[in-house]
Design a protein around this ligand. Structure first.
Ligand code: ADP
Ligand code: MG
Length: 729
């Protein structure tokens, strides 16, 4: 066992360091070359077809099915010029990744040969077996039909020899079975609601888009070492492993020099991303050793989210070409920082206004504070639901671990925006709105300095921070599909915008001036949502106490967080904005509980196996060696000397015996706890049992295997250690 490990380590570090290649070709020359974007559409589609599809993409008008054949023909022609032979509907079921099933363009031509074909019918709709994907009971196996339907707003792209067509995935009865369908509906909902509100200020606006700029954190480990860690391989995280003597305490990794091997990986990743029109922009070392980040330029949320999904699969693929494995798990290593995926989120108009950005005039700032107030109200009313939208078995390890926002939703606004809010809350309308000669009403809203996007006014401990022209939802996990969190965020904000508009209109109907009415409702919203606003240190224990006093949702248990999906207020809110039905919410809650249970179940099994089959035998073998040594010493020395010299070893022998006994006993107890939990019928109760009863065993057992790691001969230890996994050479 130990020999194998050292062989692996050996080859892993022998890889020759080659310099990062610099191609002469400019990114601008090949950016988007593997994407069927507008430029390609223009070239490969007849002009009337081009107009119709651009209209569908840009204005969300339903696509004319009669043009599907022509689009499919043009797409295939373009793809075949890139050597493509296959096509697939590419979708994001309620699992961690994306799904695809490749079919060749190949068809018999009726003359004894074959030709390449791709029809409009195949482009628009296909029928994968819905029961094989998590569906929360919506599709039973005997009525397994579900279908994928083309999403023209996200362009088709080519990966290797396959044309990938982004699609939504829904049940035959119409329920969403994926992340994209609700995301698209939530984008529409927020567009409709925001348009109504923005028209108070800018009547010429025709469309409000949701923008997303994600920041993907990840770890890299050497592939050889990864292969020698069954826990990483099967669960994505290390279930045991003592802290390395050095990890991140010197703060020498963040923004440090990127190791050459890693830089080569990043370079290839970026080039492949650029070919797929993913605007990868920023790369840097993160806080933990071997931890890195990649961020693109933000874009329309549905597209940007698809790009994140593509990016995660590119990372998985390209890392292997460089002898690495990428870890997207939120907490692959205990004791060092985990990975998140900050979702920078804002709303913007077709006329170029970012609605979450302060402006130059008082009226622009009133617009800004209107959208901010609605966002804060959404957070205030649905903090538990928003938390549920980012909750998972893996993210549970990261939240509240003194490195990531706690499991409490609050919003940081910064000094200037906070004082603007206070000003509005504390002054009478007459103070803010003054009569100004012929111009009528004039706002005296204090100006916000333009250079707000300033690092000094940032709070890294907030799960939902205002950062100048956007909110940064930081609690999202690195592994997550951002669609989950964004659908909830968009929907709740849409609902608040609808309420806002109704309240303002009611006041106007009673004869109140528009600006006065807006200000009154803004003030009302700011006062009501005050509890959610917190600019202090989110990592401190005082905050937890304070948050409890404020009545914020402080639930720590992931399975219980999912209860928020089924609250009547949630069901009503989603129905009002038309994003998810009660049936869909029930199905989603079920999928969450089931996934949670399975994840802990797998971890418990892997840990049990590692402990019993890898650790205990090795610890016992080492212990036997020590016992042997003690016996042999006895014959060599006088009783007095012998007793003195063997004391240490006897102590170690005893320690090993204690640890192994503890581990064996607790592995057995963990198996029993699992058996009890597995018999529970209710999916929710089962998940709760896995959280409350099974999960605590993992840490308890680990504590003792980690102690053994410090005692047992390094030559014999069967798993690569943290110090080997975490420092790429
Ligand atoms: P940080 O300093 O927070 O680590 P990064 O530069 O890593 O910032 O990432 C910030 C992300 O926010 C980028 O993807 C950027 O394009 C995006 N972003 C900037 N402005 C907006 C906006 N108005 N809406 C959404 N995303 C934005
Ligand atoms: Mg960043």
């Amino acid at each position: 066992m130990s020999k194998l490990r050292f062989k692996v380590v050996d080859t892993a570090f022998k890889k020759k360091a080659v310099d990062v290649p610099n191609s002469k070709e400019r990114p601008s020359e090949y950016f988007g070359s593997y994407v069927f974007n507008k430029e390609k559409m223009y070239k490969y589609l007849p002009s009337n077809v081009y107009d119709k599809i651009v209209d569908a993409i840009e204005n969300g008008h339903p696509l004319d099915r009669t043009i599907a054949d022509e689009v499919a023909y043009g797409m295939r022609k373009w793809a075949m010029e890139l050597g493509v032979t296959h096509y697939t509907h590419w979708f994001a079921p309620l699992t961690e990744g994306t799904a695809e099933k490749h079919d060749a363009f190949l068809e018999y031509n009726g003359k004894g040969g074959v030709i390449e074909k791709f029809s409009g019918k195949l482009l628009i709709q296909q029928e994968p077996d819905a029961s094989s994907f998590p569906n929360g009971g919506i599709r039973n196996t005997f009525e397994a039909r579900g279908y994928t339907a083309w999403d023209p707003s996200s362009p088709a792209f080519v990966i290797d020899d396959t044309l990938c067509v982004p699609t939504i995935f829904i049940a035959y009865t119409g329920e969403s079975l994926d992340y994209k369908a609700p995301l698209l509906k939530s984008i529409t909902a927020v567009n409709n609601a925001a348009l109504d509100v923005v028209h108070y200020f800018n009547p010429d606006v025709k469309k409000v888009s949701t923008f997303l700029g994600w920041e993907q954190e990840y770890f890299l480990v050497d592939e050889g070492l990864y292969a020698a860690r069954p826990d990483l391989l099967l669960t994505g995280r290390t279930l045991m492993g003592h802290e390395s003597s050095k990890n991140q305490q010197l703060d020498d990794h963040y923004f440090g020099n990127i190791p050459t091997r890693v830089a080569m990986f990043m370079k290839e990743l970026e080039v492949e991303a650029w070919k797929l029109a993913i605007p990868a922009k920023t790369r840097h070392n993160e806080v933990a050793p071997n931890q890195f980040e990649l961020a693109p330029i933000y874009g329309e949320a549905n597209l940007s989210n698809d790009q994140n999904l593509i990016m995660m699969s590119l990372m998985r693929k390209i890392s292997r070409r460089h002898g690495f494995r990428v870890l997207l798990h939120e907490k692959p290593f205990a004791g060092i920082n985990g990975s998140g995926k900050h979702n920078n989120w804002s709303l913007g108009t077709d006329t170029g206004i970012i609605l979450m950005a302060p402006g130059k005039t008082a009226e622009e700032n009133l617009r800004f504070i209107t959208f901010t107030a609605c966002t804060l109200m959404a957070l205030h009313k649905y903090d538990g639901l928003l938390k549920a939208s980012i909750a998972s078995a893996s993210n549970e390890h990261r939240l509240g671990a003194n490195e990531a926002p706690p499991a409490i939703i609050s919003s940081f606004l910064g000094k200037q925006v906070s004082s603007l809010c206070d000003h509005i809350i504390n002054s009478e309308n007459e103070d803010i709105i003054a009569m100004d000669g012929k111009q009528g009403l004039k706002l005296t809203i204090p100006n916000i300095p333009e250079l707000l996007i300033d690092n000094t006014d940032r709070n890294r401990t907030s799960p939902f921070a205002f950062t100048g022209n956007r909110f940064e939802f930081r609690a999202v996990g690195s592994l997550a599909n951002c669609g989950g969190a964004l659908s909830v965020l968009n929907s709740t904000v849409a609902e608040q915008l609808i309420d806002f508009k109704a309240k303002v209109d009611a006041r106007i109907a009673k004869g109140e001036a528009k600006l006065t009415a807006i200000l009154e409702v803004v003030r009302e919203f700011l006062i009501e949502s005050k509890n959610i606003h917190f600019d202090g240190n989110g990592y401190g224990d005082e905050w937890i106490e304070e948050a409890k006093k404020r009545g914020l949702d402080c639930e720590n248990s992931t399975p219980l967080m999912y209860d928020n999906l089924l609250k009547q207020t949630t069901v009503d809110m989603f129905a009002k904005v038309g994003v998810l039905s009660q049936k869909e919410l029930e199905a989603r809650a079920e999928v969450h509980w089931e996934t949670y249970t399975k994840k802990i179940q797998i971890e418990a099994r892997v840990l049990g196996d590692l402990a019993m089959n890898h650790i205990i035998p090795v610890a016992t073998e080492y212990q036997s060696k020590l016992i042997d040594n003690v016996y042999k010493m006895k014959g060599l020395f006088s009783q007095e000397k012998y007793e003195k010299m063997s004391a240490q070893n006897l102590e170690l022998i005893e320690k090993i015996a204690c640890h192994t006994a503890y581990i064996q006993e607790h592995v057995t107890a963990m198996v029993d706890a699992r058996k009890v939990a597995n018999k529970i019928d209710s999916i929710r109760e089962k998940a709760i049992a896995y959280h409350d009863v099974v999960l605590p065993f993992l840490d308890k057992i680990r504590r003792h295997t980690d102690k053994l790691e410090l005692i047992v001969d390094d030559q014999m230890w069967p798993l690569p250690k943290y110090r080997e996994l975490l420092f790429i050479r």
